[in-house]
Design a protein around this ligand. Structure first.
Ligand SMILES: Cc1ncc(C[n+]2csc(CCOP(=O)(O)OP(=O)(O)O)c2C)c(N)n1
Ligand SMILES: [Mg+2]
Length: 327
């Protein structure tokens, strides 16, 4: 596997910082009442999103659940249009009608953003079936939480993908909790990737069991998902697990009684951005000023996005009744 060059590594750092700053600002805007509905932050999971998305070509496909801001930013959706969507403006990526949980962009093959746990997994299989039917050289990267692996759709979708050899990388983002429920209180098999065994045969037919990745290490995720994508492109479905941690509450206003402050603090100390910054400063001499510059630039990108969103128009009545039925 080719070793990424310095500019690529700096770009991963840039993306992770952008996600962090963008979401910190979203939390503030939520408190101000400018963002409504639910808001699920990706803070802590940036290395998984950036590492995984960077393993795809632009023709490959991404689909995920409601914790979608980080993946949308990593895929290159316009931060201005994402922020406008958060504020329900007509310039938003989904015309202001989707909000935080429903970010999408057809041109970038970013298919959203779904609020029903596991509900997007059959769609991932469907996109992969369409790829196979059209004989295209594309792969679907389907993100899901640990909690989603206990939903019936998970079983149905993974099983069908194995029966039909569909080109999907199923990626479990194991952030250790589904709302307030720890993995070992909800799952018989706590190494969730082992569930691949249920959809594979001894002769190698069916689902491949992929690795359990260190989801706090952007390079490790990139390498692991790159291999998985290559496998899926040639052979069919593979299940991968990324071990990560959600540093904020499940959504806004979560009192977090299900975990201790010490536990959270221990993950803050080994968080993905600080850890990668250390890797970069050890690898390249005098890189600090570049990193500081990136930090400042990303703050500016977020400031600009908020200004754009605030100055954008609300959807009109015509917008409200459009895209409901096919014209
Ligand atoms: C079918 C369904 N059941 C319950 C819910 C309520 N709910 C929203 S998020 C969530 C937890 C899911 O946890 P996980 O899949 O680990 O994702 P994470 O929030 O950790 O990213 C639940 C139970 C839902 N949205 N859909
Ligand atoms: Mg979870």
């Amino acid at each position: 596997m080719a070793t990424p060059n310095k500019e690529t590594l700096l770009d991963w750092y840039r993306q992770m910082v952008l996600i962090r700053r963008f979401e910190e600002r979203c939390a503030e805007l939520y408190q101000e009442g400018l963002i409504g509905g639910f808001l699920h932050l990706y803070i802590g999971q940036e290395a998984t999103g950036v590492g995984a998305v960077s393993a795809l070509t632009e023709k490959d496909h991404i689909i995920t659940a409601y914790r979608d801001h980080g993946l949308a930013l990593a895929r290159g959706l316009d931060p201005n249009a994402i922020m406008a969507e958060m504020l329900g403006k007509r310039t938003g990526v989904s015309g202001g009608k989707g909000g935080s949980m429903h970010l999408a962009n057809r041109d970038l093959h970013f298919w959203g953003g779904y609020g029903i746990v596991g509900g997007h997994l059959p769609l991932a299989a469907g996109i992969a079936l369409s790829i196979q039917y059209q004989d295209l050289d594309e792969v679907v990267l389907a993100f899901m939480g640990d909690g989603a692996t206990n939903i019936g759709y998970f079983h149905e979708s993974l099983n069908l993908s194995a029966v039909w050899d569909l080109p999907v990388v199923w990626l479990i983002e194991n952030n250790q909790y589904g709302m307030g429920t720890a993995v070992d209180r909800a799952s018989g098999a706590t190494e969730l990737v082992r569930r691949a065994m249920a959809y594979s045969s001894e002769n190698g037919r069916g689902m491949k069991m992929g690795p359990r990745l260190d989801g706090m290490d952007v390079q490790a995720v990139h390498d692991g998902i790159s291999e998985a994508v290559e496998y899926a492109r040639k052979n069919g479905p593979i299940l991968v697990e990324s071990l990560t941690y959600r540093l904020e509450g499940h959504s806004m206003g979560d009192p977090q009684r299900y975990r201790t402050k010490e536990e959270v603090e221990s993950y803050v100390a080994s968080g993905p951005i600080g850890r990668f910054r250390k890797v970069l400063t050890e690898k390249y001499k005098n890189i600090e000023s570049r990193l500081d510059e990136i930090d400042a630039q990303m703050l500016q990108v977020v400031d600009d996005a908020v200004e754009f969103a605030r100055n954008s128009d609300d959807p009109t009545y015509e917008d409200l009744i459009s895209h409901v039925y096919v014209d």
